[in-house]
Design a protein around this ligand. Structure first.
Ligand code: ARG
Length: 594
């Protein structure tokens, strides 16, 4: 990504400065920049450790230079004064310690207090996010839930930095399995054309039709006929197909509504004629790419071990074909700069092969376009095995979410919240906790790893959970609300105080972390690892807690009028606003009271 304005990001600016200095001092060397926060304040706020690898490289070319001297040479190329740096020291071992300027920090926080949170600006890009993407008639399962949560959060993040984001649901709404579903629909719900069938359990409907398909030859034949009729767009059959899709989508929509997910359906069926065109295109433009293999037409993209089946022996298309057609469409019609496929890690080989084919066809160049699989691990049960109901069935998402609502409600009662909140407030908090905890548990785990789904753990209010953060957030908002000071008074104080006096070390620590929001956002835009943002906001809540323990916001003394520390009220507001910004990106509903 191309950063146009770092906003409050200090790390980003530092990296730029050091990259320039190193390339000036050692123009022939291409060494990775090592620059990180220092855990020990004695060594400053950040430390650059690039001198050691550079010294080693010099040595390999016959030049003997001590890392300390290399450090000095890098230092010499840095601008003499940098507004946000107080001092830079070079240690004899080559470490370059960077101490931030506290006045600068105060100024930045004052700016956030006066003007609200501003995220870094990045050159606008058009991004397509393929996420959720369940299959019609087979119910959406926890794997799709993960894709939905991660994909939505990625969209929220990229929208927040100003990208043009296409949220695409690549639903599995096409293929031969529709033959049996349609034939079964005719038998089970003959009046489907006038009355929307009440298929409450799609999973069961799918299983029934599959059973008939496997056991009943006559039914099987009818199912095949239905496929042919569907492909030639016969009106009645298309109506039956639409009905099945609608029933399935209606169910999915309830899940999306509960989780505040916006997404547009562009399913596999959208690519029907595009697949026909694609095969024609390959044959005309890339002769020799398709090989015959027992009646199928397959291709082996460069460096791929498994082939793509482009045309089946019966002339039909496959999941490979629809993904190839979708890739072409996304590049040439949607004109995306970036395409993100949020799909379970099990499909990595499939997607890598499809992308390789796209590159072989010359559709895109990796240095210009980013086409990537954003993979995630499995959802496991508390027994660390595949997540299932007690009877071994796939867990229905609606049941799972209702369970969350029930548990959240119990949690709030257990904390006595029903005593102090109105029913409306309680319901609002309950839903925020229920859906927030499921989302946060998913996002806070390293995406690429499997994660254990546990309501007990995700509803624990002491750990890194949504409940903990929702409480922290509500508490901060209530400090201001119950202070007796009006928002307008705080605003006026901020207008009249260009630099907030954040002199206590706990205030300073909190302030520095607040400014790192911009770094965090830039990092996550690059890595698409949302747990980094969860870690950031969790740490923020912890630092706030420390600050609040050490510093009075309102100081009350016996027999005296309370002293209001306005700058601390302002700091509370900035903290709450930063948490709120993170909640928006993570898709967590904030509630003012908990
Ligand atoms: N429908 C597929 C599944 O449930 C996921 C689709 C992912 N997107 C894609 N372009 N292949 O496994």
């Amino acid at each position: 990504v191309q950063v146009e304005d770092y906003g409050s990001s200090i790390l980003g600016r530092l990296q730029d400065l050091f990259k320039t200095a190193i390339s000036q001092a050692y123009p022939r060397f291409d060494v990775p920049l090592l620059l990180a926060e220092t855990p020990n304040p004695q060594f400053g706020d950040y430390q650059c450790n690039s001198a050691m690898p550079i010294a080693a490289k010099l040595k390999s070319t016959g030049v003997n230079k001590k890392p300390g001297d290399v450090g000095q040479e890098i230092f010499a190329k840095l601008p003499k004064s940098i507004e946000f740096i107080d001092k830079i020291t070079v240690m004899p071992a080559g470490f370059i310690n960077i101490f931030l300027n506290q006045e600068y920090i105060k100024k930045q926080i004052s700016n956030l207090a006066a003007n609200g949170i501003q995220l870094p600006k990045i050159a606008k890009r058009r991004v397509l996010v393929d996420f959720s993407s369940p299959n019609i008639a087979k119910e959406m399962h926890v794997g799709h839930l993960r894709s939905t949560i991660i994909g939505d959060s990625i969209c929220r993040l990229l929208e927040a930095v100003g990208f043009d984001v296409l949220r695409i649901n690549h639903i599995g709404d096409w293929g031969t399995q529709f033959g049996m579903l349609i034939a079964h629909l005719y038998d089970r719900f003959p009046d489907f054309e006038t009355k929307m069938p009440d298929i409450s359990d799609l999973q069961a409907f799918y299983k029934e039709s599959k059973k008939r398909f496997d056991e009943d030859e006559v039914f099987k034949k009818r199912a095949y006929e239905c496929v042919v009729k569907l492909q030639s767009h016969e009106k009645d059959i298309v109506k039956a197909w639409t009905t099945i899709c609608d029933v399935s989508k209606k169910y999915n929509q309830i899940v999306y509504n509960q989780l505040d997910i916006k997404i547009k359906d562009v399913g596999e069926s959208f690519y029907q004629d595009k697949m026909i065109d694609l095969v024609k295109w390959i044959k005309e433009n890339k002769p020799g790419q398709l090989q015959e293999d027992e009646g199928r037409q397959i291709m082996f993209p460069s460096e791929c071990e498994v082939p793509l089946t482009v045309v089946k022996s019966d002339g039909g298309f496959t999941y490979d074909t629809s993904d190839l057609a979708a890739l072409k469409y996304r590049i040439f019609e949607e004109k995306c700069d970036w395409a993100i496929y949020v799909v379970d890690a099990g499909q990595s080989l499939h997607l890598e092969t499809v992308f390789a084919a796209g590159r072989d066809f010359g559709w895109y160049d990796e240095s210009v376009k980013r086409i990537e699989h954003v993979a995630f691990g499995l959802v496991l049960g508390e027994d660390r095995k595949k997540f299932k109901t007690r009877s071994g069935e796939t867990v229905r998402l609606l049941d799972l979410l209702s369970e969350g609502v029930k548990r959240a409600s119990e949690k709030l009662k257990e904390k006595g919240r029903d005593q102090v909140m109105t029913e409306e407030e309680l319901n609002e908090a309950r839903d925020a906790v229920a859906f927030g905890c499921v989302k946060y548990a998913d996002l806070s785990h390293t995406r690429t790893q499997d994660y254990v789904f546990s309501f007990d753990r995700m509803l624990d209010d002491r750990g890194n959970t949504a409940v903990y953060l929702l409480y922290a957030y509500a508490r901060i908002r209530s400090i201001v609300r119950t202070s007796g000071i009006q928002q307008e008074q705080i605003a006026e104080y901020i207008r009249n105080t260009p630099i907030l006096p954040l002199n206590h070390q706990a205030e300073m620590k909190l302030s520095k972390h607040l400014l790192k929001l911009a770094d965090c956002v830039l990092q996550v835009v690059d890595s698409l690892m949302l747990h980094q943002m969860c870690d950031y906001v969790y740490q923020l809540a912890t630092l706030f807690h420390d600050f609040y323990n050490e510093c009075y916001v309102i100081e009350k003394k016996e027999g005296e009028a309370p002293i209001v520390h306005f700058h601390r009220l302002a700091l509370c507001e900035v903290t709450a606003n930063v948490i709120s910004t993170c909640f928006k990106i993570l898709g967590i509903r904030e509630v003012p009271k908990m």
